[in-house]
Design a protein around this ligand. Structure first.
Ligand SMILES: Cc1ncc(COP(=O)(O)O)c(C=O)c1O
Length: 424
């Protein structure tokens, strides 16, 4: 072949390669937009925009472990967390069952995310939100709640067995709201006379009369720990989405538990689809669930909630770890559990930010520690899904504060994943 013929042949070959490249781009972009059209179509209001979150391959962790590690990006929900789904399900079921009236007040005892989600979605149902929150939760959470229009009570953290635990107070507030509404109904029936004029009572005999106005339409206690609407949100939503997004091609799911709704709903759904999918818990310091899953006992007598002399400080992670067995957690189908430390979660969050641009909160970071632990136990070649629950934005005053971390001896120092025994 002459030089000029060789040049012509090479030019033709590169034109064909370029054409093939552009054709494949064109085909793929058309193909992918067609296949995801249902997710991309117009949403009829905020509620329809909840769920169908992306499943993101976490490239750094996948490369370091030889597995595909996939994070369900729940922080992209409109209310900023995995709890949007739960808030919707709880309110919808309560309205359908007539337990909550339109215009009524949803009360919840929550360290943050569920309350923020309830406050976010309640107006879309014409409802309001009253939240009781422990006063050691990150301050930005109550600031957000108030900005969303919820009423917030910050209370001293005490054991769940104490009548003034924030969950128990929230339950009481719903009863109070119902009493206010009932008394107004009675007043209306007695020629519009004001309640106190008609019977001289004050609500519930408590000094702190009531948080609720006279035109309140009653209350409903969301009860995220025991209300199985929480489990159903994940069994009917998160689980099926993961199944669809992976085409049923996954080997394992791992997540930490707060109420247990996520790990229970997702694990039960996936196991029903394919019993070979291994489902695991990752448990933060101070939580009794690791023992429950691995040994069948929740705690020693001394550790049981309600028996501790004072509220112990166990972990800087928020929303995960618990020392009682909730109705939601009881629905979980688990093959095992791992323990994670606070330092591992802190290091993981910094690693994800540096390597993947993922800015996540403490529970998401702990979940990714869990994903790596699962990868190490199953070995390379497995597809592992976890949950990216909320964004680091919610954790600026604690988990993402250098000052706070140094006070707790948790300054991250790793260059890679050596804190989990990996090069990466
Ligand atoms: C930020 C965050 N992540 C994770 C969880 C745990 O999820 P679940 O309650 O479904 O176990 C919670 C629960 O409150 C949370 O607030």
């Amino acid at each position: 072949m002459t030089t000029s013929a060789a040049v012509t042949t090479a030019a033709a070959a590169s034109s064909i390669a370029l054409l093939a490249y552009f054709l494949s781009k064109f085909y793929n972009s058309n193909h992918s937009s067609a296949s995801s059209s249902s997710e991309n179509e117009l949403k009829n209001g905020l509620i329809e925009a909840i769920g169908n979150t992306p499943l993101i391959r976490i490239n750094s962790l996948s490369q370091a472990t030889g597995c595909q590690i996939l994070g369900k990006a729940e922080f992209l929900n409109p209310g900023g967390s995995v709890k949007d789904r739960v808030a919707v399900k709880i309110i919808q079921e309560a309205l359908e069952l007539g337990l909550l009236a339109k215009g009524g007040i949803v009360t919840e005892g929550s360290a943050g995310s569920t309350a923020i989600s309830l406050a976010t979605v309640a107006p879309a149902y014409g409802c309001q939100c009253h939240v009781v929150i422990p006063d050691d939760a990150a301050i930005e959470k109550s600031q957000i709640l108030e900005a969303l229009g919820a009423t917030v009570e910050r209370v001293r953290p005490v054991s769940i067995t104490h009548k003034d635990h924030y969950v128990n107070i929230a339950k009481r507030r719903a009863v109070e709201a119902n009493e206010v509404a009932l008394k107004q109904d009675i007043a209306k029936q007695t020629n519009g006379k004001d309640v106190e004029q008609s019977n001289g009572d004050i609500i519930d005999g408590e000094k702190q009369d009531t948080f609720f106005s006279r035109d309140c339409k009653g209350g409903f206690f969301a009860d995220q720990f025991e209300n199985l609407a929480n489990f159903r949100a994940h069994y009917e939503g998160t689980g099926p989405e993961i199944w669809k997004q992976t085409g049923g091609n996954l080997h394992s799911f791992v997540a930490a538990a707060g109420t247990g709704g996520t790990v229970a709903g997702v694990s039960r759904f996936l196991k029903e689809k394919d019993p070979n999918i291994k489902c695991f818990l990752i448990d933060p310091p101070g939580s009794g669930l690791f023992n429950k899953v691995t040994r069948g006992v929740m705690y020693t007598k001394e550790e049981a909630e309600g028996r501790r002399l004072k509220n112990p400080f166990d972990t800087i992670t928020e929303g995960i770890g618990i020392n009682r067995l909730t109705e939601n957690f009881k629905m979980a189908e688990l093959d095992g559990a791992f323990r994670g430390t606070d330092l591992e979660a802190v290091e993981m969050s910094r690693f994800l930010l540096k390597n993947d641009g993922l800015f996540v909160g403490s529970s998401s970071a702990m979940n990714c520690v869990g994903a790596v632990r699962v990868a190490q136990s199953l070995g390379p070649g497995h597809i592992i899904v976890t949950i990216l629950c909320d964004s680091g934005m919610r954790h600026l005053s604690k988990f993402h504060s250098a000052q706070y971390l140094s006070q707790h001896g948790l300054i991250p120092r790793a260059n890679g994943l050596e804190f989990l025994g990996l090069r990466g």
